[in-house]
Design a binder for this molecule. Structure first.
Ligand SMILES: CC(C)(COP(=O)(O)OP(=O)(O)OC[C@H]1O[C@@H](n2cnc3c(N)ncnc32)[C@H](O)[C@@H]1OP(=O)(O)O)[C@@H](O)C(=O)NCCC(=O)NCCS
Length: 178
């Protein structure tokens, strides 16, 4: 069983580390090298310190006593159809991917959002990111696509959505009763 817990402000540096390291391995070859080279943990730490004081649901996964991944979600930023919540971010270090930790983090965020009366959730993901399969596997449906610019090149981003948060990700046995 992976150890998942709510993130605290003191986790900001560890989260920033995972964030930048996972970006480097995830987006190598997908986004321009110069853009990736410009990302630093030092500039991410204060951003995370600030985000962790907000009313968003952020969870971390501890692997052998160290943070190996995190995920966060909250109210949707750009409302789309019926979706009312958004998975803002989910990143694991490459060496701990493929062990069920992503699914556990996603479930923790979804459960927290259900607890805040959200009913559906979407995520934006680059079309070429293999994470698209992960989202599909957890019940997300393709909603729409748009073009975005990263580091001076145009890329396709997909919106995938879980239409019923209470049913999509984890078994109904785990859900709080009505
Ligand atoms: C995407 C990510 C969060 C998934 O977490 P993970 O721990 O690797 O995935 P899990 O082991 O929980 O996988 C859950 C299920 O999805 C499937 N899956 C996960 N990644 C997959 C992939 N790339 N291709 C196909 N299936 C995949 C698994 O096989 C598993 O299926 P199962 O339930 O039938 O066994 C993780 O790989 C990651 O951090 N990737 C890099 C960062 C990233 O792309 N983040 C998303 C930005 S939008």
């Amino acid at each position: 069983m992976n150890s998942i817990r709510l993130a605290e402000v003191r986790d900001a540096a560890a989260i920033a580390h995972v964030h930048v390291q996972s970006w480097l391995t995830t987006y190598k070859g997908l986004v321009p090298e110069e853009y990736l080279a410009s990302l630093t943990e030092a500039e991410r730490v204060p951003l995370w310190q600030e985000w962790l004081t907000r009313d968003i649901s952020v969870f971390v996964a501890e692997v052998a006593g160290k943070i190996g991944g995190f995920a966060g979600g909250g109210p949707i930023r750009e409302p789309l159809a019926a979706d009312d919540a958004e998975l803002y971010t989910i990143y694991l270090l490459e060496e701990v991917q493929g062990r069920g930790i992503g699914k556990d983090l996603l479930s923790a965020v979804a459960e927290a959002l259900v607890g805040k009366d959200h009913t559906s959730m979407l995520v934006w993901v680059l079309e070429q990111n293999p994470a698209v399969r992960f989202y599909e596997k957890t019940g997300a449906e393709h909603l729409m696509s748009k073009q975005i610019e990263i580091g001076g090149i145009s890329l396709t981003e997909l919106a995938l959505g879980w239409p019923d948060l209470r049913r999509s990700i984890w078994s109904s046995d785990d859900l709080p009763s009505d």
